[in-house]
Write a protein that binds this ligand. Structure first.
Ligand code: KG4
Ligand code: ZN
Length: 369
């Protein structure tokens, strides 16, 4: 951790960019491990389950109903009064705009009432900096973000200093799991359903494509695979449980293989860029990082390439507000807060890396990270 003007900082974080309503209090004391004093997450999964995906209007309403209580719970769990915090940090994007408005407005109201500064946090930066909160990781490192809305490989050089090396040109990886599950009649969220079904499946029964594998372009693509899965399922419909298990297993093997190919390329690039760096590291974030098979493949890849594999605990890998509070702390320490945060509007799209060209077709769901 770099030296900053403060000796200790306590920040209240608020996260509402998708289907988790979350609040957290994190304290940083110079020279000590940061302390996650509370981390309250209310998942709306059940509210969206019947629709096979996140419904923006339902999400926004659920955030309105839950947020005040979640903030109160986060302060109470931490044993902190509003007067004791140094700042309020809230996710201002990217995400579903209804939820972002609820979170940002609430944060502004709290900040104004308590006379504290507001820090508008990029949700992706929250994911990117989590490994420093949990593992004290030093810069630079690579981040693989694999969630329902994003599939990116990002070079994390410093606070506010990111370079996106790869992104998806169509579906996000979590989205591919969710769509496959829906197609196979498995419950939402699709990732865990497909992973469970795959356990009793024979992956060799189907040979699905490995999109982008071996291509010089570093990006991801999953929509061709989705089409192949649909065609295979249609050809043998109606599907038995064994059919569903076999397709799930073959799908999982294909995405793991495709992902590993893309990540392997990024590790090579990192090593070439930072020749002789002491301990290169790959950090994973996002719900898909819960997948045991994918994790295992990444671990093997990292070991083979001399990379440390950093997987923060799942509750900090998926959407949470501790990462938002922490990003706020990092920004305060680095002196990277903006004066006019109180008048900032939420941004449904907000790339971490403003230099990389937008990728045609990416982020159609565009919201979740
Ligand atoms: O990061 P996350 O909790 O929420 C956002 O997308 O913001 O990620 C959720 C995504 C969903 O698409 C879900 O299906 C996927 O992560 N996921 C998984 C697994 N658990 C969750 N995908 C594959 N295998 C899993 N075990
Ligand atoms: Zn996220």
């Amino acid at each position: 951790m770099s030296e900053g003007p403060h000796r200790d900082l306590t920040v209240l974080g608020i996260e509402t960019s998708c289907d988790e309503t979350a609040a957290s209090v994190v304290t940083w004391v110079a020279g000590a491990r940061p302390d996650i004093r509370s981390n309250v997450v209310f998942s709306q999964i059940e509210e969206h389950a019947a629709f096979g995906g996140v419904v923006p209007e339902i999400a926004a309403r659920a955030h309105v109903e839950a947020l005040d209580g979640i903030v109160e719970a986060a302060l109470a769990d931490a044993g902190v009064e509003l007067a004791e915090i140094d700042a309020v940090a809230a996710t201002a994007g990217p995400g579903l705009v209804g939820g972002l408005i609820v979170g940002l407005m609430t944060a502004k109201a709290i900040a104004a009432a308590a006379g504290k500064p507001l820090i508008a946090v990029n949700h992706l930066e929250g994911h990117a900096l989590t490994a420093r909160l949990t593992d004290g990781l030093g810069f630079p490192y690579l981040l693989l973000l694999v969630s329902g809305g994003h599939t990116q490989i990002v070079l994390v050089r410093g606070v506010g200093d990111y370079e996106r090396w790869a992104t998806t040109i169509d579906d996000a990886l979590g989205e591919a799991f969710d769509k496959t599950a829906k197609l196979l009649g498995l419950p939402h969220p699709g990732g865990p359903s497909v992973e469970t079904a795959a356990r009793s499946g024979d992956a060799s029964r189907f040979s699905f494509p490995r999109p982008m594998k071996g291509e010089a372009r570093p990006d991801f693509s999953f929509s061709g695979l989705k089409t192949a899965v649909r065609q295979a399922a249609t050809a043998i419909a109606p599907l038995s449980d064994q059919d569903v298990a076999d397709i799930s297993a073959a799908f999982q093997v294909a995405v793991t293989d495709a992902l590993a190919d893309r990540v392997s390329m990024a590790l090579t690039r990192f090593n070439a860029t930072f020749l002789g760096i002491g301990s290169p590291a790959l950090v994973v974030a996002g719900g898909v990082a819960a997948n045991a098979r994918i994790r295992e493949a990444l671990e093997v890849l990292c070991a083979r390439n001399g990379f440390r594999f950093v997987a923060p605990p799942m509750k900090l890998c998926t959407d949470n507000a501790a990462m938002v509070a922490w990003a706020g702390i990092e920004r305060l320490i680095a002196g990277l807060t903006v004066e006019d945060a109180m008048v900032l509007a939420p941004r449904s799209r907000w790339p971490l890396d403003t230099v990389s060209a937008p990728v045609i077709g990416s982020g159609r769901r565009g919201a979740k990270a």
